[in-house]
Design a binder for this molecule. Structure first.
Ligand code: NAD
Length: 281
């Protein structure tokens, strides 16, 4: 069965419209998000445009703050600190990657944990590691939501995550662990990737390597979630899995595009709405 991330994301956005309208009735204002972009990375500009569009479509007010590429660390810290002090802001997002001379960890640390809607700050990653409530990174959260809405229960299953980045692989493995799966995390130094993958009931590919996951690495009936976003030799968007062949063995599989991708922004919008509701309480 092909998991339709686009349809699930559309459903979540429709649910959010109701939530933001209810919030507006109670608070007299819309939930709000500030997006800070430093520099002019073209991909970041597209991501930001999509996030702002998503906000408008779900009744969230967004502010777009832009600083030049040569912004100093001190200026960046001050800019985030200023946003953190704005009482009418529910969420703050610093678009990554930052220009190379800036220390992302230091800048992200200025976002109050309850407004860190990307869930990238040390405070929120720490909360996730401790199994405590906090803001969770949008892509792995989107994967969990897809599993939940398709009735796929991680408890007692063997989950294998390929990738250990701070924004996808690591939080993904913690979420699965917190959901009572037995988790194996693979990365570029893993010796027997095929053997590890063959043991997976739930296989999450987040390496960013086209065609890394081939059918001979997948157990019959496994659930395959493909987070990878790559270009194939013809420049066409593709995931980490050899979709055509892997889908013949998987019980469920996400396509690229149209799988995990649409869930990421939907989860960001959901995090903003949740942050606003919590502050109102
Ligand atoms: P990253 O480059 O930071 O991390 C990749 C990870 O994969 C690393 O931990 C590395 O050790 C591992 N890896 C790389 N090659 C490997 C190999 N041959 N075998 C085993 N492990 C290997 O990337 P990231 O930011 O975590 O993103 C991963 C992929 O997910 C990328 O394609 C990215 O574009 C995509 N992504 C998609 C979304 C979305 O919304 N769909 C969001 C974020 C990232």
């Amino acid at each position: 069965m092909i998991i339709d991330g686009k349809a699930v994301a559309a459903q979540i956005r429709a649910e959010l419209l109701t939530r933001t309208a209810r919030f507006f009735e109670k608070a007299g204002r819309a939930p709000s998000l500030a997006v800070l972009l430093i520099g002019d990375d073209p991909a970041s500009q597209i991501y930001i445009r999509n996030k702002i569009k998503g906000c408008a479509e779900t009744g969230i007010r967004s502010f777009d703050v832009r600083l030049p590429e040569d912004t100093s660390e001190e200026e960046a810290v001050l800019a985030v600190r200023k946003l953190a002090q704005q009482t009418d802001l529910d969420g703050i997002l610093v678009q990554l990657p930052l220009p190379k001379h800036l220390n992302a960890e230091k800048i992200l640390a200025e976002i109050p944990p309850e407004k860190d809607v990307d869930g990238f700050s040390a405070a929120n990653i720490g909360a996730l590691a401790l199994g405590k409530e906090g803001m969770v990174a949008c892509t792995p959260l989107g994967v969990m939501e897809l599993l939940r809405r398709y009735g796929i229960e991680p408890r007692g299953k063997h989950a294998v995550v390929i990738g250990r980045s701070n924004i996808v692989g690591k939080p993904m493995s913690l979420l699965l662990l917190n959901a009572d799966a037995t988790v194996t995390v693979c990365h570029s130094h893993t010796k027997n990737l095929k053997e590890e993958c063959l043991r997976a009931d739930i296989l999450i590919a987040a390496a960013g390597k086209a065609k890394l996951l081939t059918a001979d690495m997948v157990k019959e009936g496994a659930v395959v979630i493909d987070v990878g976003t790559n270009r194939d030799e013809n420049g066409k968007l593709c995931g980490d899995a050899d979709f055509e062949n892997v889908q013949k063995k998987a019980s469920f599989i996400t396509p690229v595009p149209g799988g995990v991708g649409p869930m990421t922004i939907a989860m960001l919008l959901q995090n903003v709405c949740t942050a606003a509701e919590k502050r109102l309480k």
